[in-house]
Design a protein around this ligand. Structure first.
Ligand SMILES: NC(=O)c1ccc[n+]([C@@H]2O[C@H](COP(=O)([O-])OP(=O)(O)OC[C@H]3O[C@@H](n4cnc5c(N)ncnc54)[C@H](OP(=O)(O)O)[C@@H]3O)[C@@H](O)[C@H]2O)c1
Length: 261
């Protein structure tokens, strides 16, 4: 599908691997210039090098720890310095710890909120004037953990549900100011984060990888694990003019794991 995104500029956080790298890849395939942000400069450069499938697509990389209060403004400034405008902000960097509630520390909670909640809030605040100028779009990558509480995901579920309310609130502002704000809730997606989840289940249940996979799929009642590029394709559609009527939408992409309305 021709999405008409060529020449737009996106900033994607957590773009050094996994879902963020896949979103950056899909946007670049559509002709979008992409600024990739995470902590690991060499991994960012590797991903960026793979995006130059089209001679007209330009990339920029910016290394920052988005838990730091000033990091968001620096990341947006880097995108503006490289491209002079910003049309699409994808908030994706997240690393909430999954474990038994009683083993999680105060620091684990602060850390989870610092990156995935306050990081998204700060990125949105810093990018907003630029997005308003071009009538752009924000996509928040949440997670289906927002939809139902679960024993081993107290931090992630709480962060994700806060992000959904934040998405709706910014969409309310965005209606007036011409910025669209939407959220994607991925289910199980095959990334390093998912691998760590599989390893946790292997340890806790004393099963092999196949057994852990079977457990996770049966817990979700789904047939397979999702691929990062499936999230990339959805993000590109939302950011495009074809997704123009999406405002404050929260889209679960999870193979049917979420049954609740
Ligand atoms: N995979 C799933 O099954 C799944 C399901 C639901 C929701 N999600 C959500 O999707 C998003 C991406 O997940 P993923 O599976 O792709 O995770 P991942 O493979 O662990 O990648 C996380 C990304 O975030 C970056 N990052 C981590 N800490 C950072 C920090 N302090 N500052 C800046 N960047 C940081 C990492 O890069 P550096 O290490 O280079 O900083 C990396 O690029 C997360 O928000 C996650 O909660 C994932």
């Amino acid at each position: 599908m021709e999405l008409g995104l060529a020449g737009k500029v996106a900033l994607v956080t957590g773009a050094s691997r996994g879902i963020g790298a896949a979103i950056a890849t899909e946007l670049a395939r559509e002709g979008v210039h992409v600024c990739l942000v995470s902590r690991d400069m060499s991994k960012l450069q590797e991903v960026a090098a793979g995006l130059t499938n089209s001679a007209s697509v330009r990339t920029a990389v910016h290394a920052a720890d988005l838990r730091e209060p000033d990091a968001a403004a620096g990341a947006v400034a880097a995108a503006i310095a490289a491209f002079g405008r910003l049309d699409i902000l994808v908030n994706n960097a997240g690393a909430t710890k999954r474990a038994d509630f009683f083993t999680l520390t105060e620091e684990d909670w602060q850390d989870g909120f610092a990156l995935k909640f306050h990081g998204y809030v700060r990125m949105t605040r810093a990018a907003w004037p630029h997005l308003r100028e071009v009538q752009g779009s924000v996509i928040n990558i949440g997670g289906i953990g927002a939809r139902a509480g679960s024993a081993e995901f107290t931090i992630g579920g709480s962060v994700n549900v806060a992000l959904l309310n934040f998405t709706k609130a910014m969409a309310d502002i965005g209606i007036q100011q011409g910025v669209r704000v939407n959220a994607i809730n991925p289910g199980l997606i095959e990334t390093d984060r998912f691998t760590r989840n599989v390893e946790r289940v292997m340890r806790e249940r004393n099963v092999d990888r196949e057994g852990a996979l079977a457990f996770l799929l049966s817990a979700g009642g789904t047939k397979r694990v999702g691929r990062p590029e499936e999230i990339g394709a959805l993000a590109a559609f939302i950011a495009s003019a074809k997704g123009d009527f999406l405002q404050g939408s929260v889209i679960d992409i999870d193979g049917g794991a979420t049954r609740s309305l």
